[in-house]
Design a protein around this ligand. Structure first.
Ligand SMILES: [Zn+2]
Length: 228
C-alpha cells in the first residue's frame, strides 16, 4: 500500500519544550479547561470576515481522550477560524514558491486560485458529497520508534496520528498536521518530505502560522483588550 508520510521535518523549526500539561494554550504554557470560551469564539468570529465557509468536522476520533481530545477539538476550532478568513485566502492565492513563482509545487496543473477553491469546496476524493465540510477521521497510534508524525493513504479517509508527536504538539501544530493530511484527502501530494512548497506542506505552514498568531491574539492582554 502506498502511503504518504508526513515527517517531523514540518515542525523542526519549533523549539522543543517540556509541558506540565498536554493541553497548552500559548507559549507561556498557560493551560485552560476548554478550547475557547463562548465569548472568545464570538470575538474571534468577529475578527475574521469569511470568504465561503468550510466547516471542520471530526467524524471519528479513535484513541483520543482527556487533554488530547480537548487539544484536537481546539485544533479544529482554530483551523476552522483561520481557513475561513480573508487572510488565509490571500496567503494561498499570493503564495510564492522558493523560486519566486506564484505557484505551488505538485500542483496538478492548478493555479493558486483553483487550489484555494478546491480546498474551500471541501470535497474529499473519497467523500465528494459533503461540500463545505472538512471531514476528519482520525486515529491515534503509538509508535515511539517512528519518525512519522502521521500518515494516510489514497484508499481511505482515515488519518493516522502518532501519539509520540501529538502528545507534545501545541494546538497550532496539530492544526497544521491536520491541514496537511486533509489536503491529501483532496488528492494533493508531495514528492518527498522536503517538498515544502507542495500543497500539503505549504498550506500546513500557512495554517500553522495563522493559528499561532490567533492563539497569541486571544491569550495576550493586548489581544484580549483588542478583541474586547
Ligand atoms: Zn504528506
Amino acid at each position: 500500500m502506498k502511503r504518504c508520510f508526513f515527517l517531523l521535518v514540518v515542525f523542526s523549526l519549533f523549539p522543543k519544550k517540556s509541558y506540565s500539561n498536554q493541553f497548552v494554550f500559548n507559549h507561556q504554557s498557560k493551560s485552560i479547561q476548554s478550547p475557547l470560551t463562548e465569548t472568545e469564539l464570538s470575538h474571534l468570529n468577529a475578527e475574521f470576515s469569511g470568504s465561503g465557509y468550510l466547516r471542520v468536522k471530526g467524524m471519528s476520533l479513535e484513541g483520543f481522550s482527556g487533554p488530547g481530545l480537548l487539544k484536537v477539538y481546539a485544533a479544529f476550532s482554530f483551523m476552522e477560524k483561520v481557513i475561513n478568513s480573508n487572510d488565509f485566502k490571500k496567503r494561498v492565492i499570493d503564495f510564492k514558491n522558493k523560486k519566486g513563482e506564484r505557484r505551488f509545487e505538485s500542483n496538478k496543473g492548478l493555479s493558486n486560485e483553483e487550489i484555494y477553491e478546491i480546498f474551500m469546496e471541501g470535497r474529499e476524493v473519497l467523500q465528494m458529497d459533503t461540500p463545505g465540510e472538512a471531514n476528519l477521521y482520525l486515529k491515534l497510534y503509538d509508535n515511539p520508534a517512528s519518525r512519522v508524525i502521521g500518515y494516510t493513504s489514497s484508499k481511505t479517509n482515515l488519518i493516522n496520528i502518532n501519539w509520540k508527536y501529538f502528545k507534545n504538539f501545541e494546538i497550532h501544530e496539530v492544526s497544521a498536521n491536520l491541514t496537511h493530511e486533509w489536503t491529501h484527502k483532496l488528492g494533493f501530494g508531495h514528492t518527498s518530505a522536503r517538498e515544502h512548497d507542495s500543497v500539503p506542506y505549504a498550506l500546513g505552514y500557512i495554517v500553522r502560522d495563522m493559528v499561532y498568531r490567533a492563539m497569541n491574539q486571544l491569550s495576550s492582554p493586548k489581544g484580549r483588550t483588542h478583541l474586547n
